[in-house]
Design a binder for this molecule. Sequence first.
Ligand code: AMP
Ligand code: MG
Length: 422
Amino acid sequence: MVVERRKPMEIGEGVKRVLAHPLELQAEELNIEDVLDRVLAEPIIADHDVPPFNRSPYDGFALRAEDTVKASTETPVHLEVIEEIGAGQVAKSHLRQGQAIRIMTGAAIPEGADAVSMFEVVKEYEKDSKPMIEVGRKFRPGQNIAQQGEDTGKGTVLIEKGTRIKPGVTAILATFGYKTIKVYRKPKIGIYATGTELLDIDEPLQPGKIRNSNAYMISAQIRKMGGEPLYLGKLADDFEACFEAVSAVLNDVDALVTTGGVSVGDYDYLPAIYEKLGANTLFNKIAMRPGSVTTVAEHQGKLLFGLSGNPSACFVGGELFLRPFIKQAVESTPFLAKIKAVLAKDFPKPNPFTRLVRGKIEYTTEGVRVAPTGLDKSSSVTSIAEADTFIVLPGGTRGFKTGDEVEVLLLDNESDLNPWEK
Ligand code: AMP
Ligand code: MG
């Protein structure tokens, strides 16, 4: 058998090719209770002014600034308190010369009033059993009044479409009466795990066999990226069976992920399956470790992600290529955020390919440090469990030393900056 030679592609170029196949997603309308973590498919617009009316920011007395023009500590003015209103109430009377209304925070400013005095600056007393206040200072018209629309004017776009709905966004939705909201449908991503060696979770171990961890890992990754994973089962390494299974499901998903079978081994059938489908291969080798065999092909507008069977390689392939694909369809921040950190451990072995080492970040008062987690092998399952970053070590002829500044991709932080563009 002639082993096919594959030309490695830079990670950034691979990501670019994936992004050139955007997913068009429909919107669906959901109740406000069901939209947490979903992505807005419509901008949120203020349907009224905030505040919706002039209101009092304090507990105090609404009055006419005009009545206080001559007021001072020596020559206070005296106003009759004709009514009392709390938040949610509207005054019955129109304020006239010499009058004030006792008002609570949040209540609408009564007609005729144009300023509010806090309790602390007036003296309350009674005259002929009528409540009165003595005001010993001047007020400007508009003083201590929260003006209608000062926070937000009607018609303002408050939140752009493409924003993920967090609890704070929910408050805005409720403020403006959005009982139902248009959000993007989640991209439905089918998953097959290939490999005759694979056992289900609940099967006892047998000689030569291992449990299928990739399907569950990649499902969890997809869910976290905002997609809807659809686990379709595991497939033995049988060309016809795999071909049938892959072709049968393409119409039901937005994209398909397979794990395993993309190498050049005797039972790696994915490349031949892509060929028989007539799919167009975007790449079949990436200049990275782990996951250099990561393959992406396009067939009738659908992307087929052929991830490595090695757990670490599968994880890396998913984060680097599947993530921006799923996220760009709906969200304005499709990439892992990139920051700089200082290496806390030597990495002496040079590698011609960019290495994505699973690492754990530590924020110290002296700066950000990062150290690899567990075994740096593409087959390692444990190194992924502890990792919160990928340490990006550029390919070349030299190794890396403790204290070197390196770039890291944060697995739990997103950004609109493509980390592979300079
Ligand atoms: P492959 O990419 O099919 O050559 O598989 C590479 C390595 O990953 C082999 O050691 C497989 O046994 C292992 N592997 C493949 N699929 C899975 C899976 N779903 N879960 C865990 N390990 C796997
Ligand atoms: Mg295999």
